[in-house]
Design a binder for this molecule. Structure first.
Ligand SMILES: [Zn+2]
Length: 564
């Protein structure tokens, strides 16, 4: 599995300013030279102890030895990582309906001594797991939901659904919980052995594709006592960024109209069509589109278009995602949108009966001190070693996607990237981790379980997600996460620096939720789709007691590539 052999030269240095002993690794010496303060500190008592009896390192190991332990513990759990990635892939559940996924993960957390509170914020598939005592409190999160119509046989480089039309992991959210759960278990064991104080929390990004839950976790106080948060997300490289991230924030709103039924042929003049209102609203937005700022993204689907053609539709609804770079511009779009909806109601002689917020996401802003500490760990771990099968699958999938460049999997790490200025941000996707990133110091670790250059939210993005590519990528991610937990729990300076940065971040921009006090999570979403597919999907759940991997269970030769 991925990872650089872990032998780190230790250098001991006494820092007069902070009165702590610092054990510097080669990388830290290097980063310090670059003016980056990523230090591992131990307290004064330990300092005296260490000066008097240097060989007692073994009894109070410096944090780099702890990182070595963390890496070894993750490595020893790589089978569990593979099983978790494959299992959640096989569940393929959509947002708010992650019932099997949630039960499975809670089972693993409880077996490992975490106390789990289920159903937080009134969301049946959400939870907050907790282990340990006292400060610091470090929260770990990752998304768990799938994508509609993205069912796909893993390891097969062309469209071959497991079940035609069924949901699947066409984003890769089946991999992130393995990363954080295994990292947390490793850290927990280290904390027990080394008597390190602190609390670990683990939570799921339920319905991330609907940006449906994290703002509620924040509103309901689940991050009140949290000192820092590590979030992980699937990607095609091992990376972290700091400052304002690219992409947009968004508001997800459903507009519902009410008219009057009539016989569509016999007496259409007696009816008022709610579908007319929906269509007029969409026309309004499609004209307005020309006069928006370039980073804006507006998209919609019609969730209710009436019952049958010969009955003038009494009810109709349309669901919009309104995306922009910052809170003010998102709210401006919301105002336009409400005006357009009212205009559409007037034109059609119908009534706008509800403007329901189904989800929201603040734009993301990540914490610089934690990102820098994490990036040092990323360099230590490095990218996984891909074999020729991994590369062959990646290239075949890139070809299938119609890409001009067929580069395979990356062999070089991304650099540590800083803030994307508004001037250079052309908009894009969103993630409600944004709300958490404006509530507590937060970073997102991106780990290499997927193939670069794919369209996203597509069966193509599911192909690698239960193969050695996903497994190796998740192991690398878990190592970096565990090492960064060591930093956060043993280096008090890091948490302090992170908070200082956060204070500065929030000096001018104050977080205010886009959800209103009366809004409730839209937990009924996707219920019907899952009801239609679940029985059939159950037949394909992964059974690790019988099969080593999910590929084995499905009888797939890795990789399966189209013959010319
Ligand atoms: Zn995602």
């Amino acid at each position: 599995m991925g990872g650089v052999p872990y032998c780190v030269p230790f250098r001991v240095k006494f820092d007069k300013v902070t009165m702590v002993l610092r054990i510097l690794t080669y990388n830290e010496v290097k980063t310090k030279r670059e003016g980056i303060f990523v230090m591992n500190k131990i307290n004064l008592k330990s300092l005296l102890y260490l000066i008097i009896v240097p060989f007692l390192f073994a009894e109070n190991p410096p944090s780099d030895k702890l990182k070595l332990m963390a890496v070894e513990k993750v490595e020893s759990q790589s089978k569990l990582i593979q099983e978790m990635v494959d299992m959640i892939f096989s569940f393929g559940e959509l947002g708010f309906q992650e019932i099997e996924t949630s039960n499975y993960l809670i089972g693993i957390l409880e077996q490992n001594g975490f106390k789990v509170t289920r159903g937080i914020s009134g969301i049946p598939t959400a939870w907050m797991a907790e282990w340990g005592k006292g400060k610091p409190v470090i929260a770990l999160g990752s998304d768990i939901d799938g994508i509609p119509k993205s069912s796909q046989m893993p390891g097969v480089a062309y469209h071959k659904p497991i079940i035609e039309g069924a949901p699947g992991h066409g984003e890769g959210h089946n991999s992130g919980q393995a990363v954080i759960v295994v990292a947390a278990i490793a850290m927990k064991e280290i904390m027990i052995n080394e008597k390190i104080k602190g609390t670990l929390k683990i939570w799921p990004g339920v319905a991330e594709e609907l940006v449906g839950t994290k703002a509620y976790f924040v509103r309901d106080g689940y991050f009140k006592d949290v000192d820092a948060c590590i979030f992980t997300h699937v990607s095609s490289n091992l990376a972290v960024t700091h400052g304002q991230a690219g992409g947009n924030g968004l508001l997800s709103v459903e507009y519902s109209f009410k008219g009057k039924t009539a016989h569509s042929a016999g007496s259409p003049w007696r009816g008022k069509s709610a579908l007319d209102a929906v269509e007029l609203m969409n026309i309004g937005w499609n004209f307005r589109r020309e006069h928006l700022r370039p980073p804006s993204r507006i998209h919609y689907i019609i969730t209710d278009g009436g019952d049958q053609p010969n009955v003038v539709p009494r009810n109709a609804s349309v669901w919009y995602y309104l995306r922009e770079l910052d809170y003010e511009h998102i709210m401006e779009l919301f105002d336009y949108s409400n005006d357009i909806a009212e205009g559409a109601a007037k034109m059609s002689g119908t009534e706008l009966i509800s403007t329901r917020i189904l989800g929201s996401a603040w734009p993301r802003h990540f914490n610089e001190p934690i990102a820098r500490a994490m990036y040092t760990n990323i360099k230590e771990v490095g990218l996984p070693v891909w074999d020729k099968n991994d590369q062959a699958l990646a290239k075949a999938v890139q070809k299938e996607a119609g890409n001009k460049e067929i580069k395979g999997l990356p062999t070089e790490l991304d650099s540590l990237r800083g803030p994307v200025s508004s001037k250079n941000n052309w908009g894009g996707g969103s993630d409600d981790i944004g709300d958490i990133s404006w509530t507590v110091p937060t970073v997102t670790l991106r780990f290499p379980s997927n193939i670069p250059g794919l369209p996203g939210h597509n069966w193509l993005n599911g192909i690698s997600m239960a193969t050695p590519i996903a497994h190796k990528g998740a192991v690398a991610g878990a190592k970096v996460t565990a090492m960064t937990l060591v930093d956060l729990f043993t280096d008090k300076g890091l948490v302090k620096d992170a908070k200082k940065y956060f204070k500065n971040q929030t000096k001018e921009t104050k977080y205010q939720p886009m959800i209103r006090k009366t809004d409730k999570p839209a937990i009924e979403l996707n219920e019907e789709i899952m009801r239609n597919y679940r029985d059939e999907m159950k037949k394909f759940y992964y059974d690790p007691s019988k099969y080593d991997t999910y590929l084995d269970q499905l009888g797939i030769t890795y990789p399966t590539i189209k013959k010319k």
